[in-house]
Ligand binder design. Structure first.
Ligand SMILES: Cc1cc2nc3c(=O)[nH]c(=O)nc-3n(C[C@H](O)[C@H](O)[C@H](O)COP(=O)(O)O)c2cc1C
Length: 262
């Protein structure tokens, strides 16, 4: 880490010296210990009713039924995509893990385009602010622990392993079905990569990119026959501590749980 990175982090810890408003917003939108029981609350009607906007007084053209996509496998994966809320505890294989990381977050050679290395998701200004940390819980070949996906080498790097990883992770998520997941991928953003070009707007862009990446995880899981669920409810700082992130220059955005389903 160079001196300017260190200085940036030090300044960021002093509230009035945070360079961007989005960094302050990110702090206040974090979940802590007291926020994690939303799932235990009785849901009012407005939490489960699905709303549709329409313009009934305006003319409308009815569209024909959507045709079959030329790529039947892709269409099949779209229809199979679902948030799995039950895992069978059967572990994932290294081949499945490789496919998920590659098609979700990896890069490939693209010699005939402006960017000679491209990814399976778009990135504003090709700044690629996202990082993925696989947390392996039960697995056929990979020892449980915390890893970082090294995009350049398509490899998982073994990070320092804090004690009680599973206990801290399950406490942080507090959603019992995750205990049977084989892996949880933590998706973070290194905001500076994008804010150096787009300033405040970087925050929107990074969140959108995480959505694109996570859809790839979902579609790849569906194509592999693996269950997948996005998890937005977790204690941010517990995850930051597990991964060794400062939570300011690089913050966790979303978790993705994977596992086989019955
Ligand atoms: C950003 C985001 C966060 C989510 N967080 C959770 C979560 O914390 N726990 C959970 O069980 N499902 C979570 N979900 C999954 C939703 O419950 C699910 O997408 C929704 O019920 C629609 O179902 P489907 O994905 O199967 O079509 C999340 C989905 C998104 C997009």
């Amino acid at each position: 880490m160079n001196t300017s990175d260190t200085l940036f982090q030090l300044l960021s810890r002093i509230p009035n010296l945070l360079p961007y408003e989005f960094q302050k917003y990110h702090q206040i939108s974090k979940y802590g210990e007291s926020d994690r029981t939303i799932r235990n609350k009785k849901w009012p009607k407005e939490w489960s009713e699905i709303y549709y906007k329409g313009y009934p007084r305006f003319k409308a053209y009815s569209l024909p039924q959507a045709s079959n996509l030329r790529d039947a496998a892709l269409q099949d994966a779209y229809f199979k995509r679902i948030s799995a809320k039950q895992f069978s505890k059967a572990p994932c294989t290294v081949s499945e893990t490789s496919d998920l990381l590659y098609f979700g977050a990896g890069e490939f050679d693209s010699p005939n385009t402006a960017l000679t290395k491209r990814r399976f998701y778009p990135s504003a200004g090709a700044r690629y602010p996202l990082e993925v940390y696989p947390i392996v819980l039960q697995h056929h070949e990979i020892p449980p622990g915390i890893y970082h996906y090294y995009v350049r080498g398509h490899a998982i790097e073994v990070l320092p392993q804090p004690r009680n990883i599973k206990k801290l992770l399950y406490q942080s998520i507090d959603q019992p079905f995750v205990k049977k997941a084989s892996m949880v991928f933590a998706v973070s953003a290194v905001f500076d990569r994008t804010s150096i070009k787009y300033q405040e707007r970087a925050y929107r862009l990074a969140l959108m990119e995480a959505g694109h990446m996570c859809q790839n995880f979902y579609t790849t899981s569906a194509a592999l026959g693996i269950g997948c669920c996005a998890l937005g409810g977790f204690n941010d700082d517990t995850i930051h501590n597990l991964l060794g992130l400062d939570g300011i220059s690089e913050s966790i955005l979303i978790l993705m749980a994977f596992g086989h389903t019955d």
